[in-house]
Design a protein. Structure first.
Length: 57
């Protein structure tokens, strides 16, 4: 979904100060205003999402 510009646009509306970062094996969302982070990585046949910081992204 995040490979399409529409999905990126809608996600940005939900977290205005967050930036999407593509990593070597997944995606990360970093909110510069709050210091919150969320990242996804492959876990077998699926994905696992991790979060850190004061806000859930």
């Amino acid at each position: 979904m995040l490979d399409d510009w529409t999905g990126l646009f809608v996600a940005q509306l939900g977290a205005l100060s967050a930036e999407l970062v593509r990593t070597g094996d997944g995606l990360a969302l970093v909110d510069a205003a709050t210091g919150s982070e969320a990242w996804a990585g492959r876990d077998g046949n699926g994905w696992t999402v991790h979060q850190d910081g004061p806000l859930r992204l």
